[in-house]
Design a protein around this ligand. Structure first.
Ligand code: HPA
Ligand code: ZN
Length: 335
């Protein structure tokens, strides 16, 4: 099964590039940028990676992202993730980045986008991994701040496919960002949002109806509302589920109780993703492996999940078809 998962062609649709910053690289970048960390060693830093809730994690995550200053830092971060994609047979990744985490500290938008996008373009050429970018607005900041970020992004519009909404969910409902999402859609960005991770089902309704999202990041709490589940199915909308993130942030107490299989059985289109792999104990393949073991998923289930990852990506029709055929050949030869 592990071998089947490792070689399974797949896409990753929910990944924060800042959350892929492994402690070793974090230390190396801090050193060359002359930044003093609160932690003396990689091991000491790792002991801080134990979280009670989303906010607890975000506090550490923003600290970690604070070492990123120069274009080369963003390049190295992204390249390291893309190498991990190549080694896991992730054929395509839709990468979120949080410009405000950096612009708020005085790092230029240009520095962030250039570093990330150059690594993506090199990865396509040298590693054969395809990718696209999702610019996420931080929901703990104001809508006005998001508008500023939207304006900063416009010269780089050709490099960005979608906008997302992340950070502290409770108390920051999707409705707070209605206008900036409307403006983002007008600029040609595809709208997405984290919803129903810690927030209740009504946040998912808002994200669907007010932000007009095309995919739901997390979405676990849709299960609290049967009408909502039926609506998501009717709209043929996928959920980007992140099992190890859910247990790390105590959204789910144990992988044995994870609702992923239940979601699939209800007819929801589910994908498996790593969210912030450097912080949550595993890359995307580890998420597949652990959820398979805990829920006794079959090869057919895993095939279904990988199929959804291409089907519900924002790739063009022909490229989607190309990857889906590759996946189908793999499944036929290996089950
Ligand atoms: N949830 C919300 N915001 C985030 C996350 C997450 O899991 N990771 C990085 N920003
Ligand atoms: Zn996320």
């Amino acid at each position: 099964m592990i071998n089947f998962i490792n070689k399974l062609p797949k896409a990753e649709l929910h990944l924060h590039i800042e959350g892929s910053l492994e402690p070793e690289l974090l230390f190396a970048i801090a050193k060359r940028n002359n930044i003093n960390l609160k932690y003396a060693t990689v091991e000491e830093l790792k002991t801080a990676y134990s979280f009670d809730c989303l906010q607890d994690f975000l506090n550490i995550y923003y600290q970690g992202a604070g070492v990123l200053i120069y274009e080369q830092d963003f390049y190295d971060l992204t390249w390291a993730y893309m190498e991990k994609c190549a080694s896991q047979n992730v054929r395509h990744s839709e990468i979120m980045f949080d410009p405000q985490t950096h612009t708020e500290r005085g790092v230029a938008f240009k520095t962030v986008i250039n570093g990330i996008s150059k690594a993506c373009s090199d990865a396509k050429e040298k590693l054969g991994v395809s990718s696209l970018l999702i610019m996420s607005y931080l929901r703990h900041l104001s809508e006005e701040a998001a508008f500023k970020t939207l304006a900063q992004s416009l010269p780089y519009k050709h490099l960005i496919t979608a906008v997302g909404l992340d950070s502290s969910e409770q108390g920051n409902p999707p409705s707070k960002f209605k206008n900036v999402f409307e403006a983002s859609i007008k600029e040609g960005y595809i709208p997405l949002a984290h919803a129903g991770e810690e927030g209740a089902a009504d946040y998912i309704w808002e994200a669907l109806d007010m932000l007009k999202i095309k995919r739901i990041d997390h979405g676990n709490n849709c299960l609290q509302d049967d009408t909502l589940v039926q609506e998501i199915i009717k709209r043929d909308m996928a959920l980007t589920v992140c099992p190890l993130s859910n247990t790390a942030l105590q959204v789910v107490d144990n992988l044995k109780n994870h609702p992923l299989k239940k979601m699939m059985d209800l007819g929801l289109k589910v994908t498996i993703n790593s969210d912030d792999p450097a912080y949550f104990g595993g890359q995307v393949n580890q998420n597949y492996i652990e959820i398979q073991e805990n829920l006794n998923l079959t090869k057919q289930d895993l095939y279904e999940l990988a199929k959804n990852s291409f089907q519900y990506s924002f790739l063009d029709k022909d490229t989607k078809q190309y990857f889906l055929e590759e996946l189908e050949r793999y499944y036929l030869n290996n089950n």
